[in-house]
Design a protein around this ligand. Sequence first.
Ligand code: NAD
Length: 399
Amino acid sequence: MLRALLLESLHPVATSILRSDGVEVITRNGALDEAELAEALQGVHLLGIRSKTQVTERVLDQAPDLLAVGAYCIGTNQIDVSAAAHRGVAAFNAPFSNTRSVVEITLAEIIALTRRLTERDKALHAGIWDKSAEGAHEVRGRTLGIVGYGNIGTQLSVLAEALGMSVVFYDSAEKLSLGNARRMHTLDELLEAADVVTLHVDGRDGNAGMFGAAQFARMREGAIFLNLSRGFVVDYAALRDHVLSGHIAGAAVDVFPDEPKRRGDAFESDLRGLPNVILTPHVGGSTEEAQEAIGQFVSGKLLQYVTHGSTTLSVNLPNLALDERTGSHRLVHLHRNTPGVLAGINKVLAEHEVNIEAQLLSTRGDLGYVVTDVGSDLGPDVCATLGTMSQTIRLRVLS
Ligand SMILES: NC(=O)c1ccc[n+]([C@@H]2O[C@H](COP(=O)([O-])OP(=O)(O)OC[C@H]3O[C@@H](n4cnc5c(N)ncnc54)[C@H](O)[C@@H]3O)[C@@H](O)[C@H]2O)c1
C-alpha cells in the first residue's frame, strides 16, 4: 500500500483525493526540519509540502522509498529538484491553480486606484467626509498595458476587455493576442500607450531590476502601476520618487525583494505610507478557492505518476503524458540519458520473449524516461537485469 505524508496544513481535498485512491495518508500541521523530515519519510512514498519544508539532497539520500514530492504551491525552490530527479523522485507543483485569484485582485486594484478608493476609505475612517470626484475615473475606455502575457497576463487581458478597457501587451516571447488586445513590440512602446501598467513576468534571473527609473520616467503622466509578479523585478525606490512627484498617480504592490518569513513579522519598505498606494503581503494568489484548486491539482498529479507513470508538468523529470496501460504490465524506467539505453531495454525484453505493446521515450537534459507496456508476464530476471543496467536510476513495474 502506498503511504503519503502531507505537511504544512494542506487543503483537506489534497488528503481526500489520495485516500479515495487507496493511499494511506498521514498529515501534520507544521513544517519539519531536515532531521525530522528524514525520519518521518521512512516508509513514505509521496510527500506533500508547501514552501517551508526544505527537501534537501541529505533528506533525499535518507528516503529510499520516496517516489514523488508535491509542492502544493507555485514555487519549487524549497526542493532540490535536480538531486530528486537523479534519485528517481519526481517533483510536481501547481503552476496555474491560483491564476484566477491573481487576475481578480489585479482588477480590483486597478479600479480601486483609478477611483482613489483607499484615500476615501482612510479619510472616512479618520472621521473626514471628503465627497469629491477629483482624481477619480472610470476604467472604461482606459488603456491597460500588460507586461508578461502568460497564464495571468492573458486571463487579465480577457477580463479587462469585458470591463471596457483597451488592452496592449508586451511579452519577450511570441504570443497570440486574445480578443482585441494589441501586441506592442517593445516595453517602451507599451509604457507610452498605457494608462495602467501591470507586471506579470516570470522570475527568470534576467528580469532582476528590469523596471526602474528609466521605465517609470517613460510612463504617462498620472498613470497607475502594479506589480504582482516578483519583488526583485522592480526598483521600488524609483517608484517611490515617481509617486511622491505625482507623476505616478497610484500603485499596487504585492511582492517585495525581501519578504518577512512569518505572519506577524515586521515589514519595512520604501513604499510604506505613500498616498494611493496599496500594499498587500504577497496574497495575490491566496484565496480559499486557489488552495482547493492547488490541492486537487497536485494530488491528481501525484496519483497520475504513481499509478500510470505520467510525468506531465513534472518540474524535474522528462515529461510524458500517459493514460491507462495497454498491456498487462507497464515498465517505467528512469535512466541517465546516454546512447543505446532504449536498445538495451528492448534487447533484454526480446531475450526474455516479452512482447512490447506500446513504448514512449522522453528525455530532459541528462535524464531519459522510457515507459513500456508489455502483454506478457515479466519474470524476476527481466526486472533484475533492467534494474542493474548501469544507466538505470529507477525502475518501477505498474500492474
Ligand atoms: N502575487 C502572487 O501571489 C502570485 C501568484 C501567482 C503567480 N505570481 C507570479 O506572477 C508571474 C506571472 O505568472 P504566470 O503564471 O502568468 O507566468 P507565465 O510563465 O505563464 O508568464 C510569464 C510571461 O512573462 C513573459 N516574460 C518573461 N520575462 C519577460 C520580460 N522581461 N518582458 C516581457 N515578457 C516577459 C514570458 O514570456 C511569459 O509569457 C510570475 O512571476 C509568478 O511567480 C504571483
